[in-house]
Design a protein around this ligand. Structure first.
Ligand code: ZN
Ligand code: ZN
Length: 258
């Protein structure tokens, strides 16, 4: 596949819902598979869309469980498969990602692992704001506005561009990161009046305002908290963003021509 394809694996916000795991996105181009975020439950659903060991690289936006916890589960799979330990793959994340990528399996695990406890199956690389390549993708990262170190991503391939907000409160940096993208995958955790804590998450209306300011071609709302009314989320965003607008769903495919 030459052109980029993005599959939403999980888009539930803060915890998994009945229809979706927590945050996880599969990006494919030229036979390369990049996974962004591995929230609760995502490793299971991911296997519907790629072979278990078909992942070439992983990016973690931040170390809240709903974005990263299945990385530990994936370590187990790669370490203990009957095929033998799988090759080391790069994992990009904020400071502290290495601790998650090398789980402590407890006393007696040395023998089970067939080597030193916590043998690294991931080559962990700490993110900094900037641009770099992963496989065929050009990635740009910026720090978002969230209580822990959190990176938003802009991913480019063959002239098509996607931005992903990760978790963030209002952020001029997000507007800059998403400037002119084809698709902005933006978190919309809150509804109007539901929660006014600043510097944590966006309401659907705020997400739409960011997309409008960024000039995004299409807005897909994600990090949808299971107890929120989806139609209300969409309706509140639609008052601000008049471009193409939709809600993420597990299994949704985005990319050029979609
Ligand atoms: Zn989250
Ligand atoms: Zn978070």
């Amino acid at each position: 596949m030459a052109r980029m394809r993005v599959t939403v694996i999980g888009c539930a916000g803060s915890f998994p819902g009945p229809d979706s795991p927590a945050s996880c996105y599969l990006l494919e181009a030229e036979g390369f598979r990049l996974v962004i975020d591995m929230g609760n439950g995502s490793l299971g659903v991911l296997q519907r869309y790629t072979e278990l060991f078909g992942v070439d690289a992983i990016c973690i936006s931040h170390l809240h469980a709903d974005h990263c916890i299945d990385l530990a589960a994936y370590w187990i799979a790669r370490q203990f498969t009957p095929r033998g330990p799988q090759p080391v793959i790069p994992v990009y994340g904020p400071r502290g990602t290495a601790g998650l990528a090398k789980p402590d399996l407890g006393p007696g695990s040395d023998g089970i692992a067939g080597g030193p406890r916590g043998q690294l199956r991931f080559d962990v690389r700490e993110l900094e704001p900037g641009s770099f390549g992963i496989g065929p993708f050009l990635i740009t990262t910026e720090r978002m506005n969230h209580p822990v170190e959190t990176f938003g991503f802009r991913i480019q391939h063959d002239g098509w561009q996607l931005a992903y907000s990760a978790d963030t409160g209002e952020s001029d940096t997000l507007v800059r990161l998403a400037g002119g993208v084809d698709v902005l995958l933006c978190e919309a955790s809150f509804l109007d009046g539901q929660d006014d804590r600043p510097d944590l998450h966006l309401t659907a209306r705020q997400a739409a305002a960011h997309a409008a300011r960024a000039g995004a071609g299409q807005l897909v709302l994600t990090h949808l908290v299971p107890w929120n009314d989806r139609e209300q989320t969409l309706a509140q965003a639609a008052t601000v963003f008049d471009g193409r607008l939709s809600l993420a769903a597990s299994g949704l495919v985005l990319g050029p021509g979609t």
